[in-house]
Design a protein around this ligand. Structure first.
Ligand SMILES: *Cc1c(COP(=O)(O)O)cnc(C)c1O
Length: 410
């Protein structure tokens, strides 16, 4: 371990939001007061029992937590090695882990008296979760979405509109997630007084990466208790897919100080990490730079221009990675690997056939790495992977990748 001086990995970030050389608050003067106000409110909420009582109530009655920890018996037999457990966050209301975090931020927004919520979304999952919680609380919701993504993700755009949100297509740049995030930040500066910016992953300026991580940590906290009940000990290996890295941080964070637990993040390898940047593996194939208010590993060209990246999974194609992951990577506490589209598709099908679980393409990447590892490991080795989303949204993408024409599924 490169960093023996730290007794705990769970103390970060420092007061400036830094995880080692990563993170921080790279924002304009005009944004600074907003960021500081948010930070102050979050610090208060963190130690306020009534805040967490409200969260717990909604997690239980609205989201459906705790999500099950499921022993994938047939998959385990098939792989012939380590025992595979799935944390079933795909069973949450709205079909993924995103709502864990959105609830936290919206409750905070209500405490701050904000009536208008803005969000950015790529594939639309965070937009749908935000529109959902805004509908529940009667808040105005505006979602920025790249024009290109609006076209690609029509069902989620319609879901958001049904839920009462206004979806604004962003035409600047290449019309994808990065551009939507820039426009959302711009909106925030312009509408300071009544607006709360709800970020969907462990990115953005401090305190967002730590705050989103804290809200998602319910995943890992539940796994600690559930694994003790099931096996009487912690898992040997944790595995999760990484877009910005929020479902992964949620699973990993409560285990960072349990040094016997190996931690593996799986990035989207697209068509392969060496092939002309047709991937989204920011740690494996990128280098440090500044984007969206923090310093982290980014996909960029030689001139520092941010690259779009590519993955079959729309939810993984963020050109950066949360700064805490960059830090865990550098100090060696977590390991990061990549999985290609083809490997993820294979895992997707295996989960359907052996477990009756249609996974989202994002966690299919995590599962593909489980498939590589498990056969080599002894039968008493326990792997826990995060099944962070369900695959209903992805069936047409998968059909196309498997060579079916529309209307030809039978
Ligand atoms: C959004 C999303 C992701 C990627 O976001 P993270 O912040 O890396 O978790 C992964 N899986 C699913 C199902 C998603 O909806």
């Amino acid at each position: 371990m490169a960093n023996e001086l730290f007794n705990s990995f769970m103390t970060g970030p420092d007061e400036n939001g830094r995880f080692g050389d990563f993170g921080g608050r790279f924002v304009s003067e005009t944004l600074m007061p907003l960021i500081l106000e948010l930070q102050e409110e979050y610090e208060k909420a963190k130690t306020d029992d009534s805040f967490w009582a409200e969260m717990n109530h909604l997690w239980t009655h609205y989201v459906g937590r705790p999500s099950p920890l499921y022993f994938a018996e047939r998959l385990t037999d098939h792989l012939g090695g380590a025992k595979v457990y799935m944390k079933r966050d795909e069973l949450n209301h709205t079909g993924a882990h995103k709502i864990n975090n959105v609830l936290g931020q919206i409750i905070l927004a209500r405490r701050m008296g904000k009536k208008r919520i803005i969000a950015e979304t790529g594939a639309g999952q965070h937009g749908v979760a935000t529109a959902t919680v805004c509908a529940k609380f009667g808040l105005q919701c505006v979602v920025y979405m790249g024009a290109h993504d609006v076209e690609r993700q029509a069902p989620n755009v319609f879901r958001m509109r049904l839920l009462g949100a206004e979806v604004i297509p962003v035409t600047s740049g290449r019309g994808t997630l990065k551009d939507a995030m820039n426009d959302a930040l711009r909106d925030w500066v312009t509408n300071v007084r009544d607006t709360f910016y709800c970020i969907g992953t462990v990115a953005g300026p401090h305190p967002y990466p730590a705050m989103v991580r804290d809200f998602q940590s319910i995943i890992g906290k539940e796994v600690r208790t559930q694994m003790m009940d099931a096996e009487g000990r912690f898992p040997d290996t944790l595995i999760a897919a990484i877009g910005g890295g929020s479902n992964a941080m949620g699973l990993f964070f409560p285990f960072l100080d349990d040094k016997e637990v190996d931690i593996i993040g799986v990035e989207a390898g697209g068509k392969g990490v060496n092939a002309k940047m047709e991937h989204c593996a920011s740690l494996t194939g990128g280098r440090p730079g500044v984007l969206h208010g923090n310093r982290t590993y980014l996909l960029q060209d030689d001139d520092g221009q941010i690259l779009e990246g590519f993955s079959i999974s729309a939810g993984l194609d963020y050109p950066g990675i949360g700064p805490e992951h960059a830090w865990l990577h550098e100090i060696g506490r977590a390991k990061y690997v990549s999985i290609t589209d083809v490997e993820a598709l294979e895992a997707f099908q295996l989960s359907c056939e052996l477990e009756g679980i249609i996974p989202a393409l994002e966690p299919s990447h995590a599962l593909a790495h489980v498939m590589k590892m498990a056969p080599e490991l002894p039968k008493d080795h326990i792997i826990c992977m995060n099944m962070c989303g369900r695959g209903d949204k992805d069936i047409f993408t998968v059909a196309k990748a498997l060579g079916f024409e529309m209307g030809e599924f039978a």
